[in-house]
Design a protein around this ligand. Structure first.
Ligand SMILES: C[S@@+](CC[C@H](N)C(=O)[O-])C[C@H]1O[C@@H](n2cnc3c(N)ncnc32)[C@H](O)[C@@H]1O
Length: 275
């Protein structure tokens, strides 16, 4: 058994780790090729129909290359300048299928899985903490009509989100800010807060006690407001994590709790209690 671990399993896992960035870079290149083919297909259709491309009917496809050029420039700048850990080998942690943005975790799929269409309403004002590109906030505003603020420490991801918000013409409804959450002082309270995989971070830019994280959020919410809280995989089954959550029962009432992502994460719906 130890020979198997020493000569087969360990070298294989090292090889896998070494290959990962190459595979992700290749996948991103394939994705870019997909966008090129999409635009070419639209051009062909217009050619056969003898219509010229026009912005009213073709904007979403024909302006994609410009949007993606801006995204590439942000990623290149991040590679050159960002001295903190970059998630997903330097690509966005979040993908956004409606704008063909390549990333690790699908926004539309998470929106459906967390049932945000039922939980968030047009009159809500939402805050997304550690929002990465802000796609969860952006897509929730796109689908529900709510207004949203997103905050993340990574300015490159925030700028990618801002380019996408402009593309969707949602820049007046969705404000994305590059700032550490520790320093964030909102001018108003929120009716919905999203805290997804961000109550402690792999880049070590946010390491506070879970109780303190939840208390700060409590202070930013309206009474009866909803906190949608997604754990990390490492929290699942962790007794300390559950004990910390239990301590917060005086501040939030649990409305729902379920396992997500094939049992690797937990999602909590927590309603703010006035204290
Ligand atoms: C694991 S990602 C989660 C992203 C997003 N919440 C999601 O679930 O799709 C953690 C995010 O937290 C951000 N982050 C790390 N430290 C932060 C801090 N002090 N303030 C705000 N954002 C922070 C990172 O830049 C990263 O985008």
């Amino acid at each position: 058994m130890s020979i198997y671990i020493r000569y087969i399993r360990r070298p294989l896992s090292i090889l896998k780790r070494l290959l990962q960035p190459v595979v992700v870079a290749f996948a991103s290149w394939l994705h870019g090729l997909g966008i090129f083919l999409l635009v070419s297909a639209r051009r062909l259709v217009r050619l056969i129909e003898r219509h010229t491309i026009d912005t009213t009917s073709d904007r979403f496809v024909m302006e994609l290359p410009q949007l993606h050029r801006k995204i590439r420039q942000e990623l290149q700048a991040q590679r050159r300048e960002y001295d903190s850990y970059a998630y997903f080998h330097g690509y966005p942690y979040q993908a956004l299928a409606i704008l063909d943005v390549f990333g690790e975790r699908g926004t539309e799929e998470r929106f459906d899985a967390y049932e945000l269409a039922d939980l968030v309403h047009r009159e809500d004002h939402l805050l997304d903490i550690g929002c990465n590109c802000g796609f969860m906030a952006l897509y929730t505003a796109f689908r529900t009509g709510c207004s949203a603020d997103g905050i993340d420490i990574n300015p490159y991801m925030i700028r990618i989100g801002q380019h996408c918000a402009e593309f969707l013409r949602l820049q007046d409804k969705v404000k994305l800010v590059a700032q550490p959450f520790q320093d964030y002082k909102p001018g108003q309270t929120y009716t919905v807060v999203l805290s997804f995989a961000t109550h402690w971070t792999d880049d070590c830019n946010y390491r506070v006690r879970l109780q303190d994280h939840l208390l700060r959020i409590h202070g930013m919410m309206t009474d009866g407001g909803l906190l949608v809280f997604e754990s990390h995989s490492a929290d699942v089954g962790n007794a300390e994590f559950y004990a910390a959550l239990e301590e917060m029962r005086a501040y939030f009432s649990w409305e729902g709790h379920r396992l997500m992502a094939r049992g690797t994460r937990e999602l909590y719906l927590m309603r703010r209690i006035a204290t």
